[in-house]
Design a protein around this ligand. Structure first.
Ligand code: MTE
Ligand code: MO
Length: 412
């Protein structure tokens, strides 16, 4: 307890120092210098019909990993988490997980069918859907296989984005699925909804009807503009807080059924054997999780002094209630500041400042959600789930800062 309060005082002192210490260059009181750069000497660039990032920011890109399980176009583009700020992912940088590439859908020809155990099968075009009342919600999507490198025996040395970047968040706008199912008239026998994607891989996923009726959306807009092709244009299912694979892109069908489909995707994958020999299948909610995005692997701290520690936290169970940061490998913790307001099943940015003394330190973050779930240590996660996992890795991430200021990934 004493250690904790001492650490708190230390972090707070760091925070005050952060406010007090100026990072700007101090000029003599008599200085008369002002800014008169050469780009002020004439007119600027013409208007652009669609704006692009500054050319000098062209290094901020997704990194693509292809050929998963030997199949072309089966792969992922990882979001560069360590290069971003705030809690919304720009559309061009939202991670992408495709099994057979992005289909070239003609939106005016695309149809969504609601069929199976319903009173009235229905068909919708995009323009039909746009006539329904829509909702907008900031939500994360996280692949069930995000952070799977965490299961490996030795700490993998990759950037935060290349290890944990199968998560992104957008403000999604679309039609609550409930409205459409009420119109179709769900039969009493129906317990499941089998969502089908219109890519070529027969992408079927089964979702409990209760979840669909509760909060699922057919998203048409992503951060205010229509969905990007690779994120499901012209429409996708959004299953808030649950593993990303259920948020079926290029949505073409919702089949009401008394049984799950037992499709290839939900049987051959996403089933995990536990240490006691039982297996987990139909895993749903993404667990409480956080990571420090800066400083993180691959960065170098310029020298001792006040540093900002920042990162992201999220939980499929609801809002983030608390994020604590440790700079001593988990021996003591202090609360970080949460960017308000934390939203349920969205990304929450956290920040704190830290006065680096130039010694070796291990930086960690630990999130707690509003339901009281606490992000586990890696040891606790492996004890519960075994060491052969692939999916749903949510353990505390440890970055070591050495005396040269180099940041690397460690297990503690
Ligand atoms: N039709 C279809 N839907 C899909 C996929 C796919 O390959 N085809 N990939 C799924 C997986 S595994 C994930 S994690 C999310 C990723 O969404 P994103 O690519 O928009 O980030 O989409 C899901 N929906
Ligand atoms: Mo995924």
């Amino acid at each position: 307890m004493a250690a904790i309060s001492k650490r708190r005082a230390f972090l707070r002192a760091g925070l005050q120092a952060g406010v007090a210490a100026s990072a700007g260059k101090v000029l003599p009181a008599s200085a008369t210098e002002t800014n008169n750069p050469k780009w002020m000497n004439g007119p600027g660039q013409p208007f652009a019909a669609y704006g692009q990032p500054a050319p000098q920011e062209s290094h901020v890109i997704r990194r693509v990993g292809l050929n998963y399980r030997g199949i072309d176009d089966n792969g992922a583009a990882w979001c560069p988490l360590e290069q971003l700020q705030g809690s919304i992912t720009p559309n061009g940088l939202h991670f992408v997980r495709n099994h057979v590439g992005t289909p070239a859908i003609q939106p005016e020809q695309h149809r969504l069918y609601i069929h199976g155990e319903v009173q009235r099968p229905l068909q919708f075009s995009v323009s039909n859907l746009l006539r329904y009342p829509q909702v907008s919600r900031q939500l994360f999507i996280e692949c069930g296989g995000n952070s799977s490198a965490g299961w490996s025996e030795y700490p993998v040395q990759r950037t935060a984005g290349l290890t944990h970047g199968l998560v992104s968040a957008s403000e999604w706008t679309g039609v609550p699925v409930r409205l459409l199912l009420e119109e179709a008239g769900v039969q009493a026998s129906a317990q499941w909804v089998v969502a089908t994607g219109n890519d070529s891989g027969a992408f079927d996923m089964s979702i409990p009807l209760e979840k669909i009726m509760d909060d699922c959306i057919i998203a048409l807009y992503q951060n205010g503009e229509r969905l990007r092709p690779e994120n499901g244009y012209p429409m996708r299912l959004l299953v808030p807080g649950w593993k990303g694979v259920l948020s079926v892109k290029w949505l073409g069908g919702l089949q009401l059924s008394s049984q799950p489909a037992m499709s290839r995707n939900e049987t051959a994958h996403y089933t995990e054997i536990l240490p006691n020999g039982l297996s987990r299948q139909f895993t749903t909610t993404m667990a409480v999780k956080s990571l420090i995005t800066s400083p993180s692997h691959g960065m170098t701290l310029a020298g001792p002094g006040v540093k900002e520690i920042t990162g992201l936290a999220w939980s499929g169970h609801g809002k983030i209630a608390r994020v604590e940061v440790s700079t001593d490998g988990g021996q003591s913790w202090a609360d970080a500041e949460l960017c308000e307001p934390p939203r349920p099943m969205a990304l929450t940015r956290f920040r704190t400042s830290w006065k680096w003394d130039g010694e070796d330190h291990i930086l960690q973050s630990r999130a707690t959600d509003e339901r009281g779930h606490v992000q586990p240590t890696r040891q606790a996660l492996v004890a519960e789930r075994g060491d052969k996992g692939f999916y749903h890795y949510n353990a505390i991430v440890s970055w070591e800062v050495n005396s040269f200021g180099l940041v690397s990934h460690v297990y503690v």
